[in-house]
Write a protein that binds this ligand. Sequence first.
Ligand code: IMO
Ligand code: MG
Length: 424
Amino acid sequence: MSKASVVLGCFYGDEGKGRTTDYLGQFSDVSVRASGGNNAGHTIKVNGVKFAMRLIPSGILSNKTIAIIGNGVVLNPAVLLGEIDMLKSHDIDVDRFLKISDKAHVIFPYHANLDVMLENKRVHKIGTTKNGIGPAYCDKYERCGLRVGDMYRDDFESVLRQMVATKNELLAANNEPTCDVEEIVATYMEYAAKLKPYVCDTVTLLHKYLKEDKNMVVEGAQATLLDIDFGSYPYVTSSNPTIGGILTGTGLSVRDIGDVYGVIKAYSSRVGEGPYVTELCDEVGDRIRDLGHEYGTVTGRPRRCGWLDLVALKYAIDINGVNYINLNHLDTIGQFDIFKACVAYDVNGVETQDFSTNEEFLRTAKPVYKEFKGNFGDISACRTFEELPADAQDYIRFIEEYTGTFVKLIGTGADRECMIVREQ
Ligand code: IMO
Ligand code: MG
């Protein structure tokens, strides 16, 4: 029986998880999304074409891998159907490979309206993606959410009408735009029909695939520090992008998990609000943003940028049981003469390597940096660790010693082949 490899973000998202999944996809028969929704944006470049994946696991791009949207996902049908069309226009056999959990929750237009309303009312803004992710998860836990499978029940139309009416009352009471019931009913009946061929019980299917010894990769979305429990609450997303959410979002058991890949960049970034210890609000941060093209995949929002935070990385490794690190953008950091990584926090004069998501702690902590030599030159053609310049090797060895975790995959450029794979 095979075990599933898991790919997880170790910081605030946008670490290049799509790259890792794409690499593992070469050997995988099945790829899976477990949590989040179209708040994710995973960029993968295949044969010179850039794909921005939001809901469908990027494994599908190999055109030979089954792609499963698990029960833990909140699903916007309009976005999904757009993604299906986009993939089909690139000759990807979506009809053959895509499977959608009947238990995934559906996002409706009122979720996005509520997302905007709630954000406007917040004293401490989160900077959500306004895709209705939080309100959709709220409905799930309040037990009034509608799941993909519910769209095929005889009473779907009447339940939906009632739900839109309830949400409209709330929106109207707050002077927010309401939703057109007839329009929602008509479009969602149409979405339901279009999605029906893909819908199934993915839990049973996943276990069947493992028993058939199929290679499986679970593609994480969002990241550890955006986790609703283990992230910098309240500046987080509304799901568990960490290892626990992988289990509850798929129905895999702890025994089904094999390697856990933790993905980071050689520097760091964050979108949205919230504390960020190693953020650089100066021209150095601007330079990282320009060199790393740190703008949102979907929204184009400029990302906040800073040095790599090894204190936070160690925490992410502990939370998720990471056994392999995937370090991306080594080429980007190598363009600096000198660059830094945070090796401890100074909290009111006391140095610590212990991370905490307590807001006051994170806002008080000052990064303690170690400097590294850059100027790596063009490393995009390096295919082995030994081919890398000595200073680049030193940086990676330092990360390994600090975290006690092997750096298995090293991103050396934007193209698919710019990836060093090391054997331990
Ligand atoms: P990927 O998978 C980066 C952030 C948002 C916001 C907070 C809450 O591409 O790494 P939400 O809309 O989820 O309620 O927003 O979480 N956020 C992400 N940031 N990458 C992501 O996904 C994100 N998904 C959510 O910017 O600060
Ligand atoms: Mg993103």
